[in-house]
Design a binder for this molecule. Structure first.
Ligand SMILES: *Cc1c(COP(=O)(O)O)cnc(C)c1O
Length: 402
């Protein structure tokens, strides 16, 4: 390769944009007040956590929201509050992130993995088959890396088989399916506000539902110390009466500091989602033009948020993929790979969840993950940055891919 061609990319793939001035001012005011705990409010005062819950519920068009310590803890509370009992079976797509099976295990349930299809979404035929298992009652759907399946057909399957849907929307905050918000389909849905998701409070989770008893249980589970009256996004006090001594305290609350950082970000969320998609579309178009690389087909009804991009190196063997990744990294382009036998960073295959014991052989999931690459698209990247990344991947592909 000639010297003029070896351009390098030098930006950091994990660098998000700074927290805005408004959020910083609010955070400083809370720090100065010392009132960081969500229940440390004056009589009748709505704290930042309570306000965030009201605003996120309104954004989602849902009745109730609970702010939690993380999305993982929100998923755990969602399962428990929906009624999952120890030993119950929870269906879940096999392409997801470690905190999802972790929440299922934490709830004492067993996992029934469902295969995926070539566009990285759940295999609805396999779901239909597994939904028909007599003791299949719960379904944790992870919209992994923001890929949304045909929600119309999925909801039909859930209705037909009496499956209770719990949505993991860690990568679909701000996304819609056929005009309806991702997270508005399930009985309960969970979102992450961890640094690498669509709003950034370091750690944090949000749970939404329309079910008054479910939210009452979730509030008590989250550790309300019987101060649930201070929630603004809650049903009437009478709903808590029969529940309050039957539900333990798992202490998974969000604090006012993080909520204060998130409230201004929520107001900007839709704008940020559009900015992600401008970058995603440049990368998607460019990657699909490169021989040997394919981005998944996306349904026109899916209005996704392209905060990361995935593509397949179909037909390439493990050694070639490793060489491709190393050559990209050598020029500053950090890609992740879902095909590694060992869990690395934010990727893992379902085979690494060995604590569940024997897991099934899912031929399609294995085949698809074996060649799937993954790249973050932080908003600190400009559209020109995306073009430079494409140029580098293009050049590496031409020399490395078979
Ligand atoms: C990040 C993530 C989670 C969990 O979020 P935390 O807030 O880190 O617990 C769950 N599901 C998916 C798909 C994620 O990417």
């Amino acid at each position: 390769m000639s010297a003029t061609k070896t351009k390098r990319f030098t930006k950091d793939f994990t660098l998000q944009e700074p927290i805005g001035d408004q959020a910083i001012e609010k955070a400083l005011a809370i720090l100065k007040s010392g009132k960081l705990h969500r229940y440390n409010v004056d009589p009748g005062e709505k704290g930042e956590a309570a306000l965030l819950e009201e605003e996120f519920a309104a954004y989602m068009g849902k009745k109730y929201c609970l702010a939690c310590a993380s999305c993982g803890s929100a998923m755990y509370l969602a399962l428990k509050s929906a009624g999952v009992q120890s030993g119950d079976k929870v269906l879940c797509n096999a392409y997801t992130l470690a905190p999802v099976p972790g929440a299922i295990e934490n709830a004492g349930a067993t996992i029934e993995l469902v295969d995926i299809v070539d566009d990285y979404t759940i295999d609805l035929n396999d779901l239909e088959k597994k939904a028909a298992i007599p003791d299949a009652k719960w379904f944790m759907l992870s919209h992994m890396r923001g890929h949304i399946t045909d929600m119309d057909r999925l909801m039909d399957i859930c209705t037909t088989h009496g499956l209770v849907l719990i949505e993991d929307c860690a990568h679909t905050m701000g996304a819609t399916w056929d005009g309806k918000k991702s997270g508005a389909f399930g009985k309960v849905a969970c979102f992450s506000t961890q640094t690498y998701k669509h709003m950034n409070s370091g750690e944090g989770g949000l749970l939404v539902t329309d079910d008054p008893e479910l939210i009452a249980r979730a509030i008590i589970y989250s550790g309300s110390y019987m101060l649930y009256e201070r929630h603004a996004s809650r049903p009437g006090m009478e709903v808590f009466e029969t529940i309050k001594t039957m539900v333990p305290n798992y202490s998974c609350r969000m604090d006012n500091l993080r909520a204060a950082i998130l409230r201004p970000q929520l107001r900007d969320l839709d704008v940020q989602c559009r900015r992600w998609n401008e970058r995603y579309r440049i990368l998607e178009r460019g990657l699909n033009l490169i021989d040997g690389i394919t981005c998944p087909r996306r349904d026109p009804r899916e209005n996704y948020v392209g905060s990361s991009i995935q593509f397949s190196l179909t037909g390439q063997d493990e050694a070639t993929i490793r060489e491709f990744l190393a050559a990209c990294l050598n020029r500053g382009v950090e890609l992740k790979w879902f095909g590694d036998k060992e869990p690395v960073g934010f990727t893992s295959t379902y085979e690494s969840w060995r604590y569940f014991g024997q897991l099934p052989h899912l031929a399609n999931t294995k085949r698809i993950l074996a060649v799937m690459c993954d790249m973050r698209i932080p908003l600190t990247f400009t559209e020109d940055d995306c073009r430079l990344i494409l140029e580098i991947i293009h050049e590496v592909s031409a020399t490395v891919l078979k």
